[in-house]
Design a protein around this ligand. Structure first.
Ligand code: SF4
Length: 367
């Protein structure tokens, strides 16, 4: 049985130069055919995987770029297709200025409990560097609209270590975020991902990575959000009590999940596959009832790969990782503890504050 569902909506009005998700502008895509395909795939796969979701997450792309009519059709179709009795969290990614009160209210009335709003920064110059098409005023208005609709949990996505961003402006961004009293904040260090404009600009020497700057930004983040009452429960995630992301927590713990839509990944009973990352071709294959033709990447996750993923993901969480999963020798663990990077707590290995800054490297030593 699969208890977690992800739905990928690849449309964005504007493409951010640092983003490597599968996304594109809506262009000439037939939106009716797209929604129909998502629901048809969901119907076929949910039987195959015996889906009874406790969490649903709709990401992308930007699902809130869908018109009210199409979003309504999608949300209603999900509720008609899937047994939602066990559902405890239904999340959606949204960008400022892609919805007004009527669309937000539709999401709320359709059962969505959690909205993740991609604000990234409150500083106009930083938003411009990131290629975002919203203003700080748009972001504030969108957040207030969501609050007024009564969603159970609101997350704000923020980003630091952006070219040209000063520590002072990041502090101001954090303070601005705290003022709005969200229930959850995700604060990501900018990554230069391959096949993005930012990666090219880094490769050409126009942008530089700076580890000491990253550390300063991260330290500001943990301090300011900690003082504001957020629990730092994963390296990039901070929650007020009762507002942890259940969907992401399931993913970090290695639970199976079903991914629907172009470019979506599924992990099911020791296998992982990816749907074709081409919306037109995705619609064509679903229309032909050809589930096999949807899958472009398929891998068996053996015990070693599963363990490596567990270590990489769970080590980033507050509860860390159980000793039973680690293959590292006691000496290796003691060495990392002596360096002040990890500590033992309740039978688990957890990162120290210093270790959080070097999480990937610590994980590689624990494999
Ligand atoms: S809005 Fe989000 S998904 Fe779309 S391009 Fe920007 S970062 Fe990527």
């Amino acid at each position: 049985m699969v208890r977690h569902l992800y739905i990928h909506v690849p449309f964005c009005h504007r493409i951010c130069p640092y983003c490597n998700f599968y996304k594109h502008t809506p262009g000439g895509t037939d939106q009716n055919a797209f929604i129909h395909s998502l629901l048809a795939e969901l119907k076929m796969r949910s039987r195959e995987c015996n889906l009874a979701p406790e969490t649903i997450y709709m990401g992308g792309g930007t699902p809130t770029t869908l018109s009210i009519k199409h979003l309504d059709k999608l949300l209603e179709g999900i509720a008609d297709t899937v047994d939602l009795k066990a559902l405890t969290e239904w999340g959606i990614e949204a960008n400022p200025a892609t919805f007004k009160r009527d669309k937000a209210q539709l999401m709320r009335d359709s059962g969505i409990t959690r909205v993740s709003l991609g604000i990234q920064s409150w500083t106009p110059t930083t938003l411009s560097t990131l290629g975002r098409d919203h203003s700080p005023e748009d972001a504030r208005a969108s957040f207030e609209t969501l609050r007024a609709c009564g969603f159970k949990s609101l997350n704000i996505d923020m980003m630091f270590s952006i070219p040209g961003q000063s520590p002072e402006s990041w502090l101001a961004d954090l303070e601005h975020t705290v003022e709005l009293s969200p229930d959850h904040v995700s604060a990501y260090n900018l990554n230069y991902e391959e096949d993005t404009e930012f990666f090219d600009r880094l490769s050409q020497g126009e942008f530089q990575e700076d580890t000491s700057r990253d550390v300063a930004f991260f330290t500001h983040t943990t301090e300011i959000l900690g003082q504001a009452g957020f629990e730092h429960y994963e390296i990039s995630n901070y929650a007020k009590p009762g507002h942890h992301s259940k969907h992401n927590s399931a993913y970090w713990s290695g639970a199976d999940y079903l991914g629907i839509g172009p470019g979506a990944f599924t992990t099911f009973q020791g296998t992982r596959w990816r749907n074709i990352a081409n919306t037109t071709e995705y619609i064509n294959q679903v229309t032909r009832n050809n589930l096999a033709g949807l899958v472009t990447e398929y891998e068996h996750i053996d015990a070693a790969a599963f363990r490596a993923e567990r270590i990489a993901l769970q080590l980033r969480t507050k509860n860390g990782i159980g000793m039973d999963i680690l293959a590292a020798s006691e000496n290796k663990i003691n060495d990392l503890a002596d360096e002040g990077l990890i500590k033992k707590r309740d039978g688990n290995i957890v990162l120290t504050e210093k270790g959080k800054l070097l999480a990937d490297s610590v994980a590689s030593h624990l494999l």
